[in-house]
Design a protein around this ligand. Structure first.
Ligand SMILES: *Cc1c(COP(=O)(O)O)cnc(C)c1O
Length: 382
């Protein structure tokens, strides 16, 4: 049995995951099934009728997600962007306005600027690391303030409690993309956020083998509306994908501890390297968001970005020379990744308010031996 007062590590392994009622299987089985036999018309055995509406493997993950974020309702989707789409079309209507951060994930920016805008929703960009800028960006029709902290790829930090108070005062909802931190490091609902969004593809899954997304809210009524739209729009997590994310979550706490420890060492090494002009890592006391991060996070995460002396070509060269750090998009897996946001993950933001510096390199620091990681970065920097 689990209850919400148990600690994170315990909930991660047990919440929503009673032994299987039919067989006693300790791990929730992959219910790879689309439909369920009814005992007479309308006589559902376990409440399941069709797997878009609900599936036992997905239910186990959804209950787990709700517990980990300290929410009432969790919902699992086919991708992070599918979760975002369901969220936006539930809480917004044409004519509404959204404040989005000036360093949002590129795909989130594309969803707003190319899809949601065409649906009639207005958006504007603010530096959410400055609460006054968020306040200044509010309009009478602002319904959502969107925050990503730490942000991707600039590792900016937003004070969640401060922005939650501003949003609430204006009758808008605060949405926090908690992908970079994971609920182990940061729990936005407890700080006043209305909805937490995840790309479970990243730290939650943790092994670069699944694409998934999630929404969690403490508002039961809003949770019902999400569930209605999740079924109506249909971008649900499949049973095997839900199972992979659940399997990843069981080791989230121990993986995050190592990600954070390794990233801190990498950030320290880069900060003293002559070819590095700036290191962006909230764990460094020089980072402008360091104090806020220390206040709202358990540790500073596994993502490190840095700028390379010599500009774009030099940054691209570092990415190309890395060997142990695999050149690739995405993040949050056990293996270390390196990428050039300007030409890769954030290429679609070129020319917009969300354009990133061209000499920027982003690392997803994995859980390999930190000495091997440091040696690879040293040789890549030349
Ligand atoms: C990857 C990512 C997303 C999108 O998630 P997908 O699973 O790729 O759809 C959203 N936000 C952040 C911060 C991400 O890193």
């Amino acid at each position: 049995m689990t209850d919400k007062h148990q600690s994170f590590e315990t909930l991660a392994i047990h919440a929503g995951q009673e032994a299987d009622a039919a067989t006693g299987a300790v791990v929730t089985p992959i219910y790879q099934v689309s439909t369920y036999k009814q005992d007479g018309v309308g006589g559902l055995r376990g409440g399941y009728e069709y797997s878009r509406s609900a599936n036992p493997t997905r239910t186990a993950l959804e209950e787990n997600l709700a517990a980990l974020e300290g929410g009432r309702r969790g919902l699992a989707f086919a991708s992070g962007l599918a979760a975002e789409d369901c969220l936006l079309r539930t809480v917004l209507a044409p004519g509404d306005h959204v404040v989005i951060p000036n360093d949002a994930y590129g795909g989130t920016f594309r969803l707003f600027s190319k899809v949601v805008e065409a649906w009639g929703v207005q958006w504007s960009v603010a530096d959410t690391s400055d609460p006054a800028a968020v306040r200044a960006g509010l309009r009478p029709n602002t319904k959502v303030v969107w925050v990503e902290t730490p942000s991707n790829p600039l590792l900016g930090i937003t004070d969640i409690a401060a922005v939650a108070a501003i949003a609430r005062g204006a009758g808008a909802r605060l949405v926090v993309d908690n992908t970079f931190a994971s609920p182990y490091l940061q729990q936005p609902l407890a700080l006043g956020a209305d909805v937490v969004v995840h790309s479970t593809t990243k730290y939650m899954g943790g092994h670069s083998d699944v694409v998934g997304g999630a929404l969690v809210t403490a508002d039961a009524e809003l949770g019902e509306q999400f569930a209605y739209h999740q079924n109506a729009m249909g971008a649900v997590a499949g049973p095997f994908d839900a199972w992979l994310v659940m399997r990843g979550i069981k080791t989230l706490a121990v993986r995050m501890d190592r990600h954070c420890a390794n990233a801190a060492r990498v950030a320290e090494m880069l900060a003293s390297h002559p070819k590095v002009t700036q290191v962006l890592y909230p764990g460094l006391p020089s980072h402008p968001g360091h104090e806020t991060a220390a206040k709202q996070m358990r540790a500073f995460g596994g993502m490190v970005s840095f700028r390379v002396a010599g500009g774009e070509e030099a940054a691209v060269e570092v990415c190309n020379r890395a060997e142990l750090f695999t050149l690739g998009e995405s993040l949050g897996g056990v293996e270390s990744l390196i990428e050039h946001p300007g030409r890769m993950t954030h290429a679609s933001a070129a020319g917009s308010a969300l354009e990133v510096p061209s000499d920027l390199v982003r690392l997803s620091v994995g859980i390999e031996s930190v000495d091997d990681l440091l040696a690879d970065l040293s040789q890549a920097l030349g």
